[in-house]
Design a protein around this ligand. Structure first.
Ligand code: HEC
Length: 295
């Protein structure tokens, strides 16, 4: 390569660096406080607040939790969920049925309001030591994930019930928080009303442990494949492999990002069986995902 070409190349590289210096910085380089977090009530936006706005709504606290994603204790800077909800939605939030959290990576956790009334939840916005707001997710093949803008955590160190819940109610990258009713928000996820108790229980487990990542008939999280429409997983995965997939996915697919059903769950084998019963019932209840978009 001639000197001139080398110089031109270097100039182009410098130019790119200059342009990228302004527009291509990774999200970590920005202060996450610029991202507006939506607070909604049944599809209507009540408020859009940045992290710096939130700082004026509730006092920040330091909270030590058992970090289920990392299997060790961690201290976060956080706002009390109740304090934020009281100020933003008013006290009536406690009478809602469900709160849906939508994350930038497609995760969609749907958590009953009762859990927020019986346990203390917090929205973390930084590590206590101000190190980058990321985490190595042991449950997800050690992937390093961003936690901001908000990360829902629970004061779990002294609560066996919370520790047994696993990590599914701990969405990170939360950008939208919506008070809603499960049945009207997710009509296509429900099994037929006459379904057996086993199927109904499986539905509750699915809501808690699977739907944040997966859709059924197009409803649920956007982080992982649809499981029912047009062909259900029970139609192409042999039952014993489906059980194994749920309990130990990496024994089937190397490096998979799907976490195993939480080890801490009591009666884990029964829970798996009930989830499969629900998936079987749904395979006979296919509803076109397009219809549900008319929300
Ligand atoms: C944190 C997100 C997450 C959760 C929670 C989760 N999954 Fe998954 N799941 C994935 C991802 C990602 C894949 C794709 C993995 C791959 O191909 O390696 C997947 C794949 C699957 C597959 C295989 C689909 C196919 O056609 O290959 C099944 C079946 C499945 N999940 C069922 C479940 C069930 C049942 C639950 C609840 C017990 C669940 N998943 C919970 C992320 C998740």
């Amino acid at each position: 390569m001639s000197n001139r070409t080398t110089r031109n190349c270097r100039n182009i590289v410098l130019m790119l660096v200059a342009i990228c210096g302004n527009i291509c910085l990774p999200a970590t380089a920005f202060s996450q406080s610029d991202i507006g977090i939506e607070f909604k009530e049944k599809d209507q936006i009540v408020s859009t607040l940045s992290l710096s706005d939130l700082a004026t709504v509730a006092p920040a606290v330091s909270l030590k939790i058992f970090e289920i994603h990392e299997k060790k204790e961690r201290i976060y800077k956080a706002y009390s969920a109740r304090a934020l909800f009281d100020k933003i939605f008013g006290k009536k939030w406690g009478k809602a049925e469900e709160i849906v959290f939508i994350s930038t990576d497609g995760y969609q956790a749907s958590i009953p309001v009762t859990k927020f009334l019986s346990h203390d939840a917090y929205f973390a916005f930084a590590h206590n030591d101000n190190s980058p707001f990321t985490m190595t997710n042991v449950l997800q093949n050690n992937e390093v994930v961003q936690l901001g803008p908000l990360y829902l955590i629970w004061d779990n160190i002294k609560s066996e019930a919370l520790l047994e819940d696993g990590a599914s109610d701990m969405p990170y990258q939360v950008k939208s928080i919506e008070l809603t009713e499960f049945a009207t928000r997710f009509p296509n996820l429900s099994p037929p009303t006459k379904a057996s108790t086993e199927v109904q229980l499986g539905f509750l487990h699915f809501r808690k442990h699977c739907m944040a990542c997966h859709t059924i008939n197009g409803e649920g999280g956007d982080k992982a494949p649809e499981l029912n429409y047009p062909t259900s997983v029970v139609e192409y995965i042999k039952p014993e492999y489906l059980t194994r997939w749920i309990e130990n996915p990496s024994s089937i697919r190397f490096n998979t990002l799907m976490p195993a059903l939480a080890q801490e769950i009591p009666d884990r084998a029964k829970v798996t069986k009930e989830i499969i019963a629900y998936l079987q019932a749904m395979s006979a209840t296919k509803r076109s995902p397009k219809r549900q978009d008319i929300r």
